[in-house]
Design a protein around this ligand. Structure first.
Ligand code: PFF
Length: 453
């Protein structure tokens, strides 16, 4: 089926970089990365994260992109095409990826919904208060209202779906090429302001001061899990984007650039947030309360705070848009190529499915507050099932597939642009990591995530 469908693709090298970086950069950079770094030993945690990225993140990212580019197809067809023994159901890894994308989209789209709503609240000025109780009740008024929660989520889905309808080149590449420079510009402005505040040193110390006593085995595992989520790995997102890569694109160089730029964004986000948080005497809390309760209270005390707050939530919306596009592209391209639906129909069906599935997360803080499965509400359950089960399982499967099934020759040939790039040492090292090291380490992350040891 896929051979008969004309595929879109990224048209320029900058477009490849913008789209791929757009996927990696997301809400994860804004609340997960800085607060996890600060809470887990600053520079020490950063070092562990970097190691995890080198031995797990980069090899798996290279594997996914190389496989996608070699097969030029959606994740299910890619695994089918590259598998020498068609009798073994490797394509199920693609199906698991699609499931993971639906689960992540269900809760991620709700957080993006709050971010979008906050752009308007920041413009309207209703959250401009230095009193944390005021910003706290504004946030709880939003999330406890089922109608607002659903409508904002639907708005996000339609917005992202609308961009996807423009196609891969005009939609994903075109938009991320415009958004990435805006993202960096806004971040730099916010950092510049934050660095003028009184408690800069305290904020930076929270983020960077190494405290190696905090590096426990649990923290190492947290860093590895973060590397996975941050770089959008283990669910076919990077494989799908790889299928749009140009044949002359240098994959290892691109992945290293994406990983470094993503890290840079996380660092800048931390520099923009923590000096400000400390300067006004707040606790560096993590998760939604940092973004939706503390940040508004902090910014309202800075001269020009309303504009900065608007800039901050636009920045978060920009980051979230690139990540959402990549998440939604996975089911869209699968439905398009496997079932033969047109892209518009595939996009509409994906949105419709997410309206239903996502509602369980939009209603978690209101109508479904008491509804629990396996002891968790739907929001937490989807987060847990995707991050702690499906992504690591996908990562292990993909590493094993390349290392033991697709094999060294196929992998090296595909990775080296059919022999035009002679980086045998790099490709050999990546293959070694994929075959022996990454699967084992990911397994440890997963077992820890499941509290099995
Ligand atoms: N990398 C994104 C972030 O850090 O927010 C989240 C994400 C996007 C995870 C795409 C998985 C994915 F496929």
């Amino acid at each position: 089926m896929s051979n008969t469908i004309k595929r879109g693709g990224f048209s320029s090298s900058f477009g490849v970089l913008a789209a791929t970086l757009g996927s990696a950069v997301g809400l994860g950079n804004i609340w997960k990365f800085p607060s996890l770094t600060g809470a887990n030993g600053g520079a020490g945690f950063l070092l562990v994260y970097l190691l995890a990225t080198l031995v797990i993140g980069l090899p798996v990212m290279i594997a996914e992109i190389t496989m996608g580019r070699a097969a030029k197809a959606n994740p299910i067809t890619t695994l089918q095409t590259l598998s020498p023994k068609k009798s073994l159901p490797w394509w199920l890894v693609g199906v698991a990826g699609m499931l993971a994308s639906f689960l992540i989209l269900s809760f991620y789209s709700e957080v993006v919904a709050w971010v979008f709503a906050y752009v308007f609240k920041a413009i309207g000025g209703s959250i401009l208060s230095s009193d944390r109780h005021v910003t706290e009740s504004a946030f709880s008024a939003l999330i406890s209202d089922p109608v607002q929660s659903l409508l904002w989520q639907w708005g996000v889905l339609v917005f992202i779906g609308g961009i996807l309808l423009l196609g891969v080149t005009k939609g994903i590449e075109g938009i991320t090429k415009k958004l990435m420079p805006v993202l960096f510009l806004l971040l730099l402005v916010l950092c510049a302001v934050s660095l003028t505040l009184p408690k800069v040193a305290e904020g930076l110390a929270f983020l960077f001061k190494p405290d190696f006593s905090k590096i426990t085995s649990g923290v190492i595992l947290t860093a590895m899990g973060l590397a996975f989520f941050k770089l959008s790995l283990g669910m076919g997102t990077m494989m799908t984007y790889g299928s749009y890569f140009r044949d002359d694109q240098n994959i290892p160089a691109t992945t290293v650039r994406v990983m470094l730029a993503d890290l840079f964004v996380s660092m800048l986000a931390g520099i923009a947030i923590f000096p400000a948080v400390f300067s006004f005497g707040f606790e560096p809390s993590a998760g939604p309360s940092l973004v939706f309760i503390t940040i508004p209270a902090v910014f309202s005390q800075i001269p020009g705070g309303q504009l900065l707050m608007i800039a901050f939530f636009i920045l978060a919306s920009v980051a979230a848009t690139g990540a959402m596009l990549s998440l939604m592209e996975v089911p869209v391209v699968i439905l398009h190529e496997r079932i033969g639906m047109s892209r518009p129909k595939a996009t509409l069906l994906t949105i419709a499915a997410l309206v239903v599935l996502g509602a369980s997360c939009a209603l978690t803080n209101n109508l479904l507050a008491d509804f629990k499965l396996f002891g968790k509400n739907m929001f937490d359950l989807f987060d847990f099932a995707s991050s702690n089960v499906l992504l690591p399982l996908g990562g292990i499967s993909l590493a094993l597939f390349v290392g033991w099934v697709w094999g060294r020759d196929n992998f090296q040939r595909a990775l080296s642009n059919q022999g035009t790039l002679h980086n045998a040492a790099v490709t050999g090292a990546v293959f070694f990591l994929l075959r022996y090291v990454s699967p084992l380490l990911i397994l440890i992350v997963m077992l820890k995530g499941l509290d099995l040891f």
